[in-house]
Design a protein. Structure first.
Lengths: 336, 445, 183
């Protein structure tokens, strides 16, 4: 806490402080996340959802804060989601799409973030094609980072909004059977969700072709990876599942020879109405988007009554508002 | 020129010598080893309490000159080697231009002569390291190349490897292969294991090395040419070499200090760092990559048994910008000369084997693998008449790795800030002091 | 009881609090010429139970049930950049449309006035009330903004270094207002 001299005598009542569970300057991954952090973000997101539901969805909480979207990969939905979140909180938001900036002239990541910091940014929302990039940026600058996706490593806000969406739809995920299906190897959404869901007590099964699931998830891995099951047989894996989370299959995978053809992949792993019928009654379907219609998921399922895909998008804004709010409180010097 | 090393514990594994003796060096050769030698006008180095061994021999290093002098030069590399106790270093040919002809071999030898460390060229196996056409192997051997390799790349074409081994029958030199099946390793940036799965980094499976080792061993059997496996890193590779030796094949193998101690968890920042921000430490990015604990244990066992003949540093200096970037884009390599001995010494401390074994693997064992003792009789030993290459070590001294103080231009090490035990106090190459932190008494008059 | 040896003095006891609330309830009804168009909005945390008590008191003597709501001003504070941790946000709930109604904000202690300013900002985002009034149990002075209470339980002059703590049965298990001397 700031000393009496420095801190202006403002609020008469001591604010109810965030419990010890949120003490981070950054949100870089969901590795080793705990249930109390998840719950704190979700209750904060509830407040944010209230704000979003108003006639005039705007609060002054982050007025005077500059947030920069630093996206090294194209993304309309995530970037817009963060932008809406920042604006609703009254922050100033700047979008840097690196294709059109000095980065293409060979500027290094470290130089770029230092420049952004010098221009006055306090929070950088970063998406980058290399796993680990936000950790490098964080070590060489003095702003707060929110990871909007680094390579295939993590997409921490996605995991939170997925858990939040599930909370609305099914309540607690403890003991529920969740199947994550598709290209696990290249999926940061899968990795972060595996951490988040197992922390929340769900039973997670991974399914997909063996060429797209890291072997280490199938073996015990000395307890270094979260405990999940692996089943390459999707029809069997989906039996009795409460939640079916489908991942996007990128065309490049076929080009790289990881799967023989999209046609065969769809035959084995597409979520069709037929396959969905093997899941539990009331099972829900999720997808981080954008959806490859007719590849990993049949259009009628994507738009069907079990689908939470749209809710995921809506909840993304509330969750990102919650994170911006919690992190904005931690960018003071001295906070870890 | 006479130099007397007085009062140290002389350890010469080749002759099973281990005792307190004085060592006299004269005119670049070992002259005598006895108790209470008379100085008689020689410069004296007080080695009391120190270990005195033959100078270390390194079969694998990258000196970057010509072409990448911002990373290292022959002079700075030799200075770093001397600090690490190395008196003989074999320079890999992947320079710009690569050492693929007589002229370049001779140029390297000449540059090396300006240093107090013996710099020996390893010639390229294929022209321009393209992996297609053999370079003038016999010509280079005659000019002074001590072995052949295409390192940092594998000799990917099996027919080319076969022919290179066959030429070994006339050059008498080993072919040192960087064993890597490029199709299996494609895209990989670290060991394929639970750490790469967690970090979301593309992995290089151990099979990528083992498939290439197995192929080379079969070709060795087919041809009878001398095969040397560079930087062994996996349990499977150790097993393959073990069985090849059991069959009596002319196979030798080396292992780096980092593959004996560090594991792939170092990329994360170590298991202790879990809970803190992930490191994605580019200083731990090396090829072959740091492997799992089981692989490290197998390499340690293999080195003890002698299945792996020697330690070779694979000293690979890089400029700061090559490492200060995203992990995907970082260069492979560790600047290892100056920490090699101390890092391996940690094995001795944990009961792996006596110090004599470690010294053997860094001296005569290495010299034998490349038959250097044929060209330079006694190299790697303290026998009478052997080259006056001596390393003096304080086994008990602890020190903190300060990469800003490296003699190498390459500061890329995952050991920065770590405390190591065992420090090279002086290195003598060809009877001249290459590096010393010890007191010397210059003769009066 | 006092922690770390600071000196404490009881300013209002249980009965005095009860009487103050009864009197404020009457004043509210009088000033608004009846209880019909009023909403009592309590500030988190201790303003809310006070609002509930006022509503019950009004119902007792006037027979009208005055709706109550609760307001959390976490997102409207002007000092977020000075705190080392973001305050936990609590739900706000204002059950009826405040458009055209008389809102009475209720809080336990009025001090600098900044919480009330934040509350006014929050309230406007819910709609446009006809008027906003302020009821507090204790006014301890030291205003930093031009804010005043319409209904006050007790005016207590204090030093800046002192602290006024309101304890309520619903939250703290007892009814008491205490003055704590600064260190």
């Amino acid at each position: 806490m700031v000393s009496q001299q420095e801190r202006p005598e403002t609020i008469l009542e001591e604010p109810a402080l965030a419990p010890a569970s949120w003490r981070r300057r950054h949100d870089l991954d969901r590795d080793d996340c705990t249930i109390d952090v998840i719950e704190l973000v979700m209750t904060t997101a509830d407040r944010m959802r209230e704000v979003l539901g108003r006639e005039v969805p705007r609060v002054p909480a982050l007025r005077g804060t500059t947030v920069v979207n630093l996206f090294y990969e194209n993304s309309t939905r995530t970037r817009t989601s963060f932008e809406l979140a920042a604006r609703t909180l009254g922050a100033d938001i700047i979008n840097i799409a690196t294709a059109s900036s000095s980065v293409t002239k060979g500027e290094t990541l470290i130089d770029t973030v230092r420049t952004v910091q010098a221009l006055g940014a306090q929070i950088i929302v970063m998406r980058h094609p290399s796993s680990g990039a936000p950790y490098l940026a964080m070590r060489h600058s003095n702003v707060s980072y929110i990871n909007a996706g680094d390579g295939r490593h993590a997409h921490p806000t996605q995991a939170l909004l997925d858990l939040y969406t599930l909370r609305d739809a099914v309540g607690s995920v403890r003991g529920r059977k969740v199947v994550i299906a598709g290209d696990i190897t290249h999926s940061r959404v899968a990795r972060s969700n595996i951490w988040g869901l197992t922390a929340a007590g769900a039973e997670v099964t991974l399914s997909g072709p063996p060429t797209l699931i890291p072997r280490e998830y199938a073996c015990a891995s000395e307890g270094r990876l979260p405990p999940v099951k692996v089943d390459y047989d999707f029809d069997r894996a989906i039996e009795g599942a409460d939640v079916v989370m489908m991942l996007r299959l990128q065309g490049e995978r076929q080009q790289a020879g990881l799967i023989p053809s999209l046609r065969e992949y769809a035959q084995l792993y597409q979520l069709t109405e037929e396959r969905l019928a093997r899941a539990a009654r009331g099972a829900v379907v999720m997808h981080p988007g954008p959806v490859n219609q007719g590849v990993e998921i049949a259009p009628e399922v994507a738009h069907g009554s079990h689908s939470l895909i749209e809710a995921q998008v809506t909840n993304g804004v509330a969750i990102r508002m919650a994170l911006l709010y919690l992190i904005a409180g931690h960018r003071r010097e001295g906070a870890r | 020129m006479r130099l007397l090393i007085r009062g140290g514990r002389l350890l010469d594994p080749a002759s099973h010598l281990d005792g307190e003796l004085d060592l006299l060096l004269e005119d670049g050769l070992i002259k005598a080893r006895r108790h209470d030698l008379d100085a008689d006008g020689a410069e004296v180095i007080d080695a009391r309490g120190m270990l005195v061994t033959p100078g270390f021999v390194d079969l694998h290093c990258h000196l970057r000159e010509p072409g990448e002098e911002h990373k290292e030069t022959i002079a700075s590399g030799a200075a770093a080697a001397a600090r690490g106790g190395f008196t003989t270093i074999c320079a890999m040919p992947n320079t710009h231009p690569p050492t693929d002809s007589r002229g370049l071999v001779e140029a390297l030898l000449e540059r090396g002569e300006a240093t107090t460390v013996r710099v020996l060229p390893i010639g390229a196996v294929t022209r321009a390291l393209e992996g297609k056409d053999l370079a003038d192997l016999a010509d280079m051997a005659e000019a002074g190349a001590v072995a052949f390799s295409d390192d940092g790349r594998p000799i990917w074409d099996a027919a080319v490897m076969r022919r290179a081994l066959e030429y070994g029958l006339i050059t008498g030199r080993a072919v040192s292969d960087h064993c890597e099946d490029l199709a299996l390793s494609a895209g990989g940036v670290m060991n394929e294991g639970w750490v790469s799965a967690r970090l979301g980094l593309a992995g290089i499976p151990t099979a990528a090395e083992e498939a290439a080792v197995a192929r080379d061993i079969q070709l060795c059997e087919l041809t009878g040419g001398r095969l040397h496996i560079a930087h062994v890193s996996t349990r499977g590779s150790v097993e393959l070499v073990r069985r090849a030796k059991e069959r009596g094949l002319p196979v030798s193998a080396e292992v780096t200090p980092h593959h004996l101690v560090l594991v792939d968890e170092a990329v994360m920042g170590g298991v202790e760092a879990m809970g803190e921000a992930l490191a994605y430490d580019t200083n731990a990015r090396v090829n072959p990559p740091l492997r799992s604990r089981a692989d490290v244990e197998a390499c340690v066992e293999g080195l003890r048994d002698g299945v792996i003949d020697c330690i070779a540093t694979d000293h690979a200096p890089h400029a700061e910008e090559d490492k200060l970037c995203e992990f995907d884009h970082a260069a492979n390599g560790i600047s290892g000369f100056e920490t090699a001995f101390a890092l391996c010494n940690s094995l001795v401390a944990s009961g792996w084997a006596p110090i004599e074994t470690l010294v053997e693997r860094m001296t005569s064992g290495a010299a034998r693998a490349f038959a250097l003792d044929e060209r330079f009789p006694g190299l790697g030993t303290l026998a009478d008449g052997a080259p006056a290459d001596v390393t003096i070590i304080d086994l008990g001294e602890t020190w903190v790795v300060d990469r800003a103080a490296f003699a190498s231009r390459g500061r890329n090490t995952p050991l920065a800030g770590q405390t190591l035990t065992g420090r090279v106090k002086a290195t003598i190459g060809g009877g001249k002091i290459a590096w010393s932190e010890l007191r010397q008494e210059v003769p009066v008059g | 009881m006092s922690d770390n040896g600071a000196r404490e003095r009881v300013l209002l006891n249980r009965d005095e609090i009860r009487r103050a609330i009864t009197r404020i309830a009457h004043e509210i009804v009088e000033a608004n010429r009846g209880a019909d168009a009023i909403i009592l909005v309590g500030m988190r945390t201790r303003g809310f139970p006070l609002a509930e008590r006022l509503s019950r008191a009004i119902e007792a003597f006037e027979g009208t049930k005055v709706p109550t709501g609760v307001l959390d001003v976490g997102l409207y504070r002007d000092d977020l950049t000075y705190l080392s941790v973001s305050p936990t946000l609590q739900p706000s709930e204002i059950p009826t449309d405040i458009e055209g109604r008389s809102v009475v904000l209720v809080d336990d202690v009025l001090f600098t006035g900044r919480t009330i300013r934040a509350a006014l900002d929050a309230l406007i985002d819910y709609g446009r009330p006809q008027r906003v009034q302020l009821a507090v149990l204790v006014d301890r002075g030291h205003r930093e903004l031009p804010i005043r209470a319409d209904f006050v339980g007790k005016n207590i002059p204090t030093a800046r270094s002192e602290d006024v703590r309101v304890c309520l049965e619903e939250i703290d298990g007892r009814d008491e207002v205490v003055l704590v001397q600064g260190e």
